[in-house]
Design a protein around this ligand. Structure first.
Ligand SMILES: *Cc1c(COP(=O)(O)O)cnc(C)c1O
Length: 362
C-alpha cells in the first residue's frame, strides 16, 4: 500500500466507546448507559430550538454573544474568558492541541473519563495514567507523577464513571503543587448535580489562576446532549489561545439559543436536581440492600460492583440487556466487575432494582 500514511500516534489510537443505545429487537430500550437526562430536555430549550428553524440558512453568531453573556451573568464571571464548544469534548481536544506536542506528557486518573487518553494521543502526547485510591482521584499520586515533560493534568470532578468527587480544599492543594507552566483541566460535567458544601466546580480557581481551565456541559443536567454544547472558563491568555484554534462557527445557532433558554429555565433545573437527588439516594440504598457495592455518587449515575457476589457484572449486563435495559458495562479499565447505571425515570429505577433482584435470585 502506498497511500498517505498517518502519524504513528493516530494509527495507535483506540476510538471512544460510546454508551450503547440498541439491543436485540427492542424498539425503545431503556438507555441508562450514557448519563443522559432522566427528565428529557429543558422544555424552554425545546421551544427555543424549534423557533431557530426559520433561521437555518444563516451562519451562527461566531462569538455566541448571547450565550456567553447569559453564562457570565449566571456565574458572575467575565464573558471574554468563556469559550463555547461542540460539547465540552471539543474544549478538551482544543486544550490538547494548544498545549501538547508529540512526546509531551499529560496525566489523567485511572477509572476516569476515557476521552482523556484519546484526546492526549490524538496530538501525539503521551497519556500517563495515575493510580486512584478507593475509586477517587488521589492528589499525592498525581503530584508524584508530574515530570519535566508534563504539560496537562486532567481531573474529572465529579469523576465519571465512579461518581466520586474532590473537595475544594483538595483541588486547591493539588493546584498549589502544580507548576505554573502545566495546565490543570477541571472537567466539571456533573457539577450541576453536586449538592455537597465542600465542592466547587473550579470557577473560583479558574478565575484567579493562570493555568486552570474549567469545562462544563449542557449534555447532562440540561438534557441537551444531542445539540453538542459545552463551555470552558479560564484566564484571558488561555481562553484567547483556545479561541484562536477553534472553528469560527463551531457552535450552531440551534445550540446557542437552546443553551440560553436552558440556562434561563430555572424551574427545570430545580426539578432535575431534586429528582436526581431523590432517586440517586433511593438507588444507592436499594443496590446496597441487594449486597451490591454501590460507590457513593455526587452525580446522576452510580457505579456498582459485584465483588461480594458469586455472579458477574457481565452476566448481569447480559440479563438486563435481554430485558431491554442498557447499562454501561466495562470490558476494560479494571472495572470488569462493575456496571454504571444512569438515574432513570421512576419506573425505570424501580424496574432495574426488580430485575437485579431477579438476577441475583433474592
Ligand atoms: C459526559 C461527559 C463530558 C461531556 O460531554 P459533552 O457532551 O462533550 O459536553 C465530559 N466529561 C465527562 C467526565 C463526561 O462524563
Amino acid at each position: 500500500m502506498s497511500g498517505p500514511k498517518t502519524h504513528s500516534w493516530i494509527n495507535d489510537l483506540n476510538v471512544y466507546i460510546t454508551g450503547k443505545s440498541k439491543v436485540g429487537d427492542f424498539k425503545n430500550p431503556h438507555k441508562l448507559s450514557a448519563n443522559e437526562s432522566a427528565l428529557g430536555p429543558s422544555p424552554m430549550a425545546m421551544e427555543a430550538y424549534k423557533k431557530a428553524a426559520s433561521e437555518l440558512h444563516r451562519y451562527p453568531d461566531p462569538t455566541y454573544n448571547e450565550l456567553r453573556t447569559t453564562l457570565a451573568k449566571k456565574y458572575d464571571i467575565e464573558p471574554e474568558q468563556i469559550l463555547c464548544g461542540v460539547g465540552s469534548d471539543e474544549i478538551l481536544k482544543l486544550a490538547c492541541r494548544a498545549y501538547l506536542k508529540p512526546g509531551d506528557e499529560a496525566l489523567y486518573v485511572a477509572h476516569s473519563f476515557s476521552m482523556y487518553p484519546i484526546a492526549i494521543k490524538s496530538v501525539g502526547g503521551i497519556a500517563i495514567e495515575v493510580k486512584d485510591v478507593d475509586y477517587t482521584a488521589d492528589i499525592d499520586n498525581i503530584i508524584k507523577a508530574i515530570t519535566d515533560k508534563t504539560r496537562i493534568i486532567f481531573i474529572a470532578n465529579p469523576n465519571n464513571p465512579t461518581g466520586t468527587y474532590l473537595s475544594v480544599n483538595e483541588i486547591e492543594r493539588l493546584w498549589q503543587n502544580v507548576p505554573e507552566h502545566i495546565l490543570l483541566v477541571l472537567d466539571a460535567a456533573y457539577a450541576e448535580f453536586v449538592s455537597n458544601d465542600d465542592y466547587d466546580a473550579g470557577i473560583e480557581l479558574a478565575g484567579r489562576a493562570s493555568n486552570v481551565l474549567m469545562t462544563r456541559t449542557f449534555s447532562k443536567l440540561y438534557g441537551l446532549a444531542a445539540l453538542r454544547l459545552g463551555w470552558g472558563y479560564a484566564c484571558k491568555e488561555i481562553s484567547k489561545t483556545l479561541d484562536k484554534i477553534r472553528d469560527p462557527f463551531n457552535v450552531p445557532s440551534s445550540a446557542q439559543v437552546a443553551g440560553v433558554a436552558a440556562l434561563n429555565d430555572l424551574d427545570f433545573q430545580k426539578k432535575a436536581t431534586s429528582f436526581n437527588q431523590k432517586w440517586r439516594t433511593w438507588l444507592e440504598r436499594e443496590l446496597s440492600a441487594l449486597g451490591l457495592m454501590a460507590i457513593p455518587s455526587a452525580t446522576n449515575f452510580i457505579l456498582f460492583g459485584f465483588e461480594n457476589k458469586n455472579k458477574s457484572a457481565k452476566d448481569a449486563n447480559d440479563f438486563l440487556t435481554q430485558r431491554g435495559y442498557i447499562l454501561r458495562y466495562y470490558s476494560g479499565q479494571g472495572l470488569e466487575n462493575f456496571l454504571r447505571l444512569t438515574v432513570g425515570t421512576e419506573k425505570e429505577n424501580k424496574e432495574i432494582i426488580k430485575l437485579l433482584k431477579e438476577f441475583l435470585e433474592i
